[in-house]
Design a protein around this ligand. Structure first.
Ligand SMILES: [Zn+2]
Ligand SMILES: [Zn+2]
Length: 241
């Protein structure tokens, strides 16, 4: 079902040649203060909007988009979403906010080859990813939104401004592309990536008590084993230097 637990809806990504990130809608609907976590690939705005509609969520209750990081497969359809929900704020970790405001698209595309491929495939103009950032998120901030409490953890490595959102009371982790199900982790070869930082970030996440893992891609896990993230980190450590 689309509602993972009370207060969290999941819109699965619709991968194409390029993946489309999942979207999580966080917040108790009765709070009328909902957030989208990531939006997904260019061209997927209509799909995401119709999913939101299908959940019976009122657009006026959606107040913001929080980015786990600003890769193309996560922020690609932000302009499409913004067209439908013009009042949404954009919240991004401070390490990627400046680039986004300057129209520096190196993090969005990750590498030159991707940039030309995405621009050609999706008819994206150069400079399309210049957005005003309404709030720059910082490590260890606590967000009290939608009747829930989320800690912001800075977890660089997959990208410089990657964050995780952690709900300690419900033991839920939204780690973006840093760690997935099945002992997989995000790539660490794109612009701003750093293998050693990714190792440290995984070790930091390993200290959290997590039952529900809601990653940016692939399946979600509702009964995460206690040492899952630690094992994942240990398995990848030799490659993360
Ligand atoms: Zn990514
Ligand atoms: Zn991704």
């Amino acid at each position: 079902m689309a509602e993972v637990i009370k207060g969290i809806f999941h819109i699965p990504g619709q991968d194409e040649m390029i993946p489309d990130s999942h979207v999580y809608i966080i917040g108790d609907p009765s709070s009328q203060d909902l957030s989208l976590v990531d939006v997904g690939l260019t061209g997927k705005g209509g799909y995401k909007m119709s999913s939101i509609d299908g959940f019976g969520i009122k657009l006026e209750d959606i107040k913001r988009v929080i980015m786990t990081h600003t890769h193309f497969d996560h922020i690609g359809c932000f302009a499409e979403i913004k067209e439908q929900i013009p009042w949404v704020e954009l919240w991004v970790h401070e390490a990627e906010a400046e680039e986004l405001e300057q129209g520096d698209e190196r993090t969005v595309y990750g590498m030159d080859m991707f940039q030309s491929m995405c621009q050609m495939q999706y008819n994206v103009e150069p400079g399309a990813f210049r957005f005003k950032v309404d709030r720059r998120l910082r490590d260890r901030e606590t967000l009290k939104i939608g009747g829930m409490t989320w800690d912001v953890l800075s977890i660089p490595g997959h990208s410089r401004g990657s964050i995780a959102l952690y709900d300690e009371s419900n033991r839920i982790l939204i780690p973006g592309d840093t760690v997935y199900a099945d002992y997989a982790i995000g790539r660490f070869d794109l612009h701003g990536a750093d293998g050693a930082a990714l190792k440290d970030s995984l070790m930091r996440l390993a200290e959290l008590e997590v039952d529900i893992l809601l990653p940016g891609h692939n399946r979600i896990v509702k009964d995460l084993p206690a040492d899952y993230i630690l094992k994942t980190a240990q398995q990848w450590a030799p490659y993360l230097t």
